[in-house]
Design a protein. Structure first.
Length: 404
């Protein structure tokens, strides 16, 4: 038996992450185990294997739970105050409602998932701290009515499956408090405007770093043209993380001291961070997580280190970085064909690795199992790769923020 686990961010109106929904799926012999059979095993995994706090950086964790888990109060192994219990809107018998009320009183907020504003109002709604309205199933005026009819000061409205910037703005206008979906990783509006000088500089650095014939002199010349990048490099090289004895004041010294490998990685992350200054911070986490997962999977499969698999994950958010279609950006940037094909999810080895990462991220477990079989990759390694990548990305972003 093996377990897949993935987190999906939940945002407030300012596109800041306030919590994560943690999704699990158990498999045995490549076959998905039904929810009731898997429930106890999944709760045990929560306790011993994949503690939610390890995946959510201490933020509130939304955990989908079945009726049996609720009424037996097995959820009490999870930390109160930090865990929101998600109950399906189709449930709602007296025993479940009374148990949810007791759990709510002891510190477990209740979220009703799949709430439909036109359905008969169930007693479970009166207990709920959050009502989750699925924008894939609820449209038009019903989205607005859900808020006007059911929102209260103690019952917050959460729009899920929000997939575009337009839907986010619509939900915000209607009065939703929280938002879930991949809208944050999509371009706000496709634009034909030219890249700014800063964007061009950062993309030029990315292009140089993707070149197998990495040249210090060219990189140094490009960095010199951008004060923000120069400052970040000198601040980093003089930080406690590097531990130099004497203050470094020149770019050439910094480049030589870091060395090609460390400089390569630092520049990729620094440039991505600068490109994302006006974007949700979670987009940086997404890019870093994808890159690290691609890197781990490729290494396990014995794929070549050139082109760098990490680049594929990092470049996967280019479209959202500069609000231009990916196909147009790939035409403009002289990236290797291997990276371009992978980003377009062509059936190349690296393309399959990236497709696997994307499928896992979307909790598309059928595709995950299929691609693992094609790549001859043990499925039970995927959860390990994912947890490592998420924790590494969270740590890196926290360290980057603390030095700003």
């Amino acid at each position: 038996m093996h377990l897949f686990v993935v987190r999906h961010p939940i945002f407030n109106r300012w596109k800041r992450v306030v919590g994560y929904e943690v999704l699990f799926q158990a498999f045995e012999g490549g076959v998905s185990i039904d929810r009731e059979q898997a429930s106890r095993w999944v709760m045990d995994a929560h306790l011993h294997l994949f503690r939610p706090m390890r995946l959510t950086s201490g933020k509130i964790t939304f955990v989908p739970v079945t009726r049996s888990i609720i009424v037996q109060e097995l959820v009490t192994i999870l930390p109160p105050g930090q865990t929101v219990l998600e109950v399906d809107a189709s449930e709602g018998d007296d025993e479940l409602v009374s148990t949810c009320f007791r759990l709510k009183v002891t510190g477990y907020p209740i979220a009703v998932k799949g709430f439909l504003p036109w359905a008969p109002v169930r007693p479970l709604v009166s207990v709920a701290n959050f009502l989750k309205v699925d924008f894939a199933k609820v449209s038009g005026s019903e989205r607005a009515r859900a808020v006007s009819a059911f929102a209260t000061p103690t019952r917050k409205m959460l729009a899920e499956n929000v997939t575009t910037a337009e839907e986010f703005e619509e939900a915000e206008r209607y009065g939703y408090d929280y938002f879930q979906g991949d809208f944050f990783s999509k371009p706000e509006t496709f634009s034909a405007k030219a890249l700014t000088s800063h964007q061009f500089t950062y993309l030029r650095v990315m292009q140089l770093l993707s070149d197998p014939n990495f040249e210090f002199d060219k990189v140094e010349q490009v960095i010199k043209t951008d004060p923000s990048l120069s400052f970040k490099l000198l601040r980093y090289i003089n930080s406690a993380a590097i531990g130099v004895r004497h203050r470094i004041s020149s770019l050439r010294q910094a480049l030589v001291l870091l060395g090609e490998r460390l400089l390569h990685r630092w520049l990729l992350i620094a440039v991505t961070t600068l490109l994302l200054e006006n974007k949700p911070p979670e987009l940086i986490v997404l890019a870093l997580t994808r890159g690290h997962m691609c890197e781990q999977i490729a290494a396990t499969l014995g794929l070549p280190s050139e082109p760098d698999p990490f680049l594929v994950g990092l470049f996967s958010v280019l479209e959202a970085l500069v609000d231009q279609p990916l196909t147009e950006l790939l035409d403009e940037l002289p990236l290797s064909n291997e990276i371009k094909d992978a980003l377009l999810q062509m059936p190349t080895p690296l393309g399959k690795v990236y497709s696997l990462v994307r499928a896992y991220e979307l909790a598309d477990w059928e595709t995950v199992n299929s691609l693992c079989d094609q790549l001859k990759l043990p499925q039970n390694q995927m959860a390990v790769f994912y947890e490592r990548s998420v924790r590494w990305a969270d740590h890196l972003l926290t360290r980057e923020s603390s030095t700003c």
